[in-house]
Design a protein around this ligand. Structure first.
Ligand code: NAD
Length: 491
């Protein structure tokens, strides 16, 4: 057993994998950097075929006993798992702010409590899952939701703790065992999560963690034929690779992907409220899948809206995510910053204009100024492609039909925001083709509600009963009403 401990701002965390209840080291490592100032946070182990094999084998071995516990038997483990996260709140805050640039205040007040809920809520909800009975002409049917087996969970770097527990919670509560592949640009809080699983006394092999890159570790994991499910959050390009690899073994995938969601402001909207919410789209430096990034504003109010939003954007506190009061932090990685800069440069070169921003921000190397581009055509790359940075676009419209056409005019379909008089906004929202849409609000998410996108934004829904639909196998137990006598005339 090798611990390979790292120390980050007073917090100790393992750089190794967690397989079958133990820390496991690899010969290969990769270096991990902080987006705040580019300093090295140490070397993380990279799982190869042997470790992937061991993790899946451990999860497969642990599955029958974990499944047999039933929802009631599993709940105390998940409650303890959540409690162990709570005990390490400070450490999670320090690690994810240093590692991923997520605001420390948001970690403390939003992400860590939510991570705990992700485990507790699904453990509780699993108790309410009832077998469904169907009475048909010939038989009584009892339809059960059985745990599926080994679940691979693959998450991105923009909010690793939140996004991983959102999948691990229901997967474990439903009776599956899990192999989590952490994001290589922000691997640390996943490692701390493994400490929590161990401290909570989860049986060996129920929760396993692999560190490593997508192309190597991730690809090996999703190609393993022993998996029962793959639950993935990340980009469209990666999702296609994962769906191909898992599809070769007919392993079902849930894919939560990128977005280019519309933020519609109708002529009868509360302009100030819409503008204040608009500035929220720069949260996490715009690295938020569900942000409304395409502003579609009625031309009659466009100028007033722009000025109101400009006021909120100018007041944003851009700085070190570890400091109280900071509202916008860094971009995760130099490669992501290059990507963001490339999108903006190409858009400006094609005739777009920046209402604000448009260039790097002087606070630090990986900071980009909150940007709003206008003077665009619907076919422009900046309107069509997800930037995943603090870059928004603004187009105007003059009728509801035009707003809906622009809103639906990309390959994405994750979410949306619609500001306007409630009935009017609802009628427009009904015509927008996305997995969800907020009316006069943003970011309200309840664990009971379905979450996911349509078109290129994903396949499947997670949340509430939808998570259990995905993480379970449906089985129909059929009891004939009349004594059954075998005969070739039977249908
Ligand atoms: P990414 O697709 O590059 O990587 C996501 C994860 O997949 C990482 O852990 C990576 O290592 C792994 N991976 C990469 N190639 C793989 C392969 N061949 N096989 C298996 N795993 C592989 O995405 P990213 O850059 O980390 O994250 C940003 C993307 O995530 C954006 O598109 C964003 O919109 C999306 N996202 C979506 C949601 C949502 O819920 N819909 C939430 C957050 C982020």
């Amino acid at each position: 057993m090798t611990q390979s401990l790292l120390e980050i701002a007073g917090v100790t965390v393992s750089a190794a994998h967690y397989i079958d209840g133990e820390r496991v080291a690899s010969g290969d490592t990769f270096e991990n950097f902080s987006p705040i100032d580019g300093r090295s946070l140490g070397f993380i182990h990279e799982a190869g075929g042997e470790e992937v094999d061991a993790a899946v084998a451990a999860a497969a071995h642990a599955f029958p006993a974990w499944a047999a516990l039933g929802a009631g038997g599993r709940k105390p483990y998940l409650d303890r798992f959540a409690a162990e996260i709570g005990k390490r709140t400070d450490a999670f805050c320090v690690l994810e702010s240093n590692d991923a640039g997520v605001l420390l205040s948001r970690m403390r007040h939003g992400v860590v409590p939510r991570a705990m809920q992700n485990l507790q809520w699904f453990a509780e909800h699993a108790l309410t899952l009832q077998d469904r009975t169907l009475d048909t002409v010939q038989a009584h049917h009892r339809v059960r939701h059985d745990p599926a087996g080994v679940v691979a969970v693959i998450t991105p770097w923009n909010s690793p703790l939140m996004l991983s527990t959102w999948k691990i919670g229901p997967a474990l509560a439903a009776g599956n065992t899990v192999v989590l592949k952490a994001p290589e640009w922000a691997p640390l809080t996943s490692s701390l999560l493994a400490d929590c699983a161990q401290a909570a006394g989860l049986p060996r092999g129920v929760f396993n963690l692999l560190q490593g890159s997508g192309a190597n570790t991730g690809a090996k994991l999703v190609g393993d034929p022993r998996l029962a499910r793959v639950s993935f959050t990340g980009s469209v390009a990666t999702a296609k690779r994962i769906a191909q690899a898992a599809g070769a073994n007919l392993v079902p995938c849930s894919l939560e992907l990128g977005g280019k969601s519309p933020f519609i402001v109708l002529a009868d909207a509360d302009i100030d409220s819409a503008a204040a919410t608009g500035a929220l789209m720069y949260r996490n430096a715009g690295q938020v899948c569900l942000a409304g990034t395409r502003f579609l504003v009625h031309q009659a109010i466009a100028q007033r809206f722009i000025e109101a939003m400009r006021g909120y954007v100018e007041a944003l506190n851009i700085g070190d995510p570890r400091e109280e009061g900071t509202e916008v932090g860094p971009i995760i990685h130099a490669r992501q910053l290059e990507r963001v800069e490339g999108f903006v440069e190409r858009a400006l070169a094609r005739g777009a204009t920046a209402l604000w921003g448009g260039q790097a921000h002087p606070y630090g190397k990986l900071y980009f100024a909150p940007t709003m581009l206008t003077n665009l055509r619907q076919s422009d790359e900046i309107v069509q492609q997800e930037v995943f940075g603090p870059v928004l676009t603004l187009q105007t419209f003059s009728t509801d039909d035009e707003a809906v056409e622009l809103a639906n005019g990309t390959d994405y379909g994750l979410g949306g925001v619609c500001y306007g008089a409630a009935e009017h906004a609802t009628s427009v929202a009904e015509r927008v083709r996305t997995g969800f849409i907020w009316i006069n609000s943003f970011g309200i998410r309840d664990l009971a509600a379905p979450f996911g996108g349509i078109k290129r934004s994903g396949i499947g829904r997670e949340g509430g009963d939808w998570s259990f639909e995905f993480f379970c196998d449906v089985k129909d137990i059929i009891l004939p009403k009349q004594p059954f006598r075998a005969s070739f005339s039977h249908r």
